[in-house]
Design a protein. Sequence first.
Length: 328
Amino acid sequence: MRKFLTGNESIARGIYEAEVDVVCAYPHILKTELFKSIKKFKTDLQVEKSINEDANIQHAIRIANTGKKTLTFLTKINAEILNIGTKTEGGLVVILNDDTGMVSKDDINDNRETAKLSNLLIMEPGSSRDTKNMLLKAFEISKQYKMPVILRMTTRVGCSSGIVICDEPKICKTQQLEMSIKDKLEVCRNISEFDDFNKSEYNSQKVGFICSGICTFYTKEVLGDTVSYLDLKVISPMPDEKIIEFASSVDKLYVVEENNPYIENYLKELGIDCIVRDLFNVEGELSPGEIRKAIFGKHLEHVKSEDELVMSQEPFIDLEYILSLYNI
């Protein structure tokens, strides 16, 4: 069954298909839409509310350790709490909400560097379909290896819509493994390096692009199959071998990412030359138009519209619903 869902609705659908037991959250504006969407798919879900994010993540870890599948949301990462040594018997997935363009906040949110310090597996979907599929995989990994998994969402991915293939929950028996911290780190590296998440697409030997998340879709919209791509869906730990192999296969390498030079700095640590900061805007959200302007020096011609007929892109804040979550 196919449905047209936003990224937030895809998370709600993933919660249903993964048969999540508990959602822990400090209700805030970014995920108001998601809280509403959950009830479309799963009416018997237990929702635990906390007074702040620090209390929220600690509560989520405690619930996961009782053997329940748990999902929680954060807008900032506390690397000391989310340590890979934390055991999660029932599985714990942390949705990290980053706002790369100040769409719903008064400051840019980019937690990739801080999240990396947790030594956990960090996934980044770029579409609604990716979001649901990667959430299901994140729970499978978390349950099997008894460690939290981070799913990084941005406001644009959460609010954009796409076609999602919806399935019914399937009974999946996962053999849980008792592993040391060192072994868990190795598992994370192997998933990044050898699973199908990080994919190379070879179209040209002259130019290659390394992207992650929604930036991959932006770049492909502009350049199509005229260049080669390395699409990073696991952004920590990075797949060293795949990056080195891809970089050596092209004459010129570009990196497209929003805000902080996370991927760029990692490539430089590997001794790989790339082009990014001199070409693309390094603050705020990117768009296909900005990428096209940076590469070709011009925008597409658009039909002029009347300003009063254009709908505002401001996120809708349902204050009444937020207050109801606290029984106010």
